[in-house]
Design a binder for this molecule. Sequence first.
Ligand code: GDP
Ligand code: IMO
Ligand code: MG
Length: 428
Amino acid sequence: MGAIVILGAQFGDEGKGKISDVLAKDAHVVARFQGGGNAGHTLVIGDRTIALHLLPSGICHEDKMNIVGPGVVCDLEVLVQELALAREFGSRVLLDEQTPIVLPIHRMMDAVREVALGARAIGSTKRGIGPAYSDFWLRRSVTLGDLRSADSVRAVLTRGRYMEEMFGAWSLVRGEQIRIEQVDVRVHPMHLDDTIDLLMSFADRVVPHIGDTRACVHRALDDGKNVLFEGAQGVMLDAYHGSRPFVTSSLCTSAGVSATFGVHTFDRVIGVAKAYPTRVGAGPFPTELQDERGEELRRRGHEFGTTTGRPRRCGYLDLPALRQARRVSGIEEFVITKLDILTDLEDLFVCDHYIDVDDYTTLTCSVLENAKPHLLRMPGWNEDLSNCRHYKELPAAARAYIELIEKQTGTVVSGIGVGAERNQILWR
Ligand code: GDP
Ligand code: IMO
Ligand code: MG
């Protein structure tokens, strides 16, 4: 096995968490390399449904080493909840001392910016992701390692007039009441001592897990152990390769693993793609179905955000977007999830190209906004797939759907999801 990377190949929510949970069985180390509490990875384990936002899906296996790398931005409240879950499963957790912490002010800034953007809002998850990464690149994050002493936290927050700068930004909206997703939020400035007290209230639960995650990953690989890198979001939300500005603020391709863990060769890079793409938040989506066909997919697939509960926009499979995702991300094989949801669908189409758009054209926001999808009608099927465990058990039309993906992307489909449970997957 060696080093395996799991990436989202679309706009997120492809089912990465489930695939990571399934593959974690044979891994020694499972590591999250980017994103933060914006992620929502749902696992169905027996009669339990577990939503993870920060820790990798390996925590639901006894005795795995689960890592949060330096490229993640860490929300302490979410972290301590998930640490408790890891303890329940008997799983170990190692957190990088350099992982930046998402501060309350980052969340506030995210929310207020979204309101200020009005019709051009990104539709962010309002988890403070963009502002936390901004502070990382400005080289002024409070990190998990700083939680070892209140003085370290204070030193970072008072260096270079950080608080004054933040407070200045806040004076514009201070005391205003704003509405965020039907919830009234009172905007108030961040007080230094309150912030330090809040962060330090998590310290005794977090600090014992802090260590050198890069050393752990490289030692494991050199010892011939299996390391699974679990991505969040997806290539079409990548800060460089996604539909900027309607993207997240991190690197969602295998470059994210290389940049943050310094691992540059991989044994497998798996792109997880849903049989029909979905998108939450704003931004172009050429194959979106804005009619009852989209609603039907949302209803069948329970397409509501794990983190924010927002309805996900649904559409037909977009092969040009998958081709770009493969091209720029390092993906060498696809796992197609939720094929079961397409059973009994009356109109089944896929987009094989955009009219008058050369296949190598970078799918920027404006290209996607103007793209006219050319659709191919596919034969549907009525058989329930949820009990299929071998490729040959799938109806011919379902196999044709998979084989079209392989042909059109030049990439093998190594796994197919036919339900949310651990065993509802077939490998080829
Ligand atoms: P992630 O963010 O990429 O991990 O994906 P989410 O967890 O946000 O969304 C995927 C949803 O689909 C979750 O509720 C999973 O339990 C579910 N799921 C994953 N694979 C399959 C599948 O093959 N079939 C069905 N029906 N559900 C699946
Ligand atoms: P998982 O890991 C789907 C989207 C948001 C918004 C954009 C920017 O579960 O696949 P952000 O809060 O990151 O600044 O929001 O990215 N987004 C996701 N969409 N799944 C996710 O994570 C997402 N994380 C962020 O909806 O459009
Ligand atoms: Mg998700």
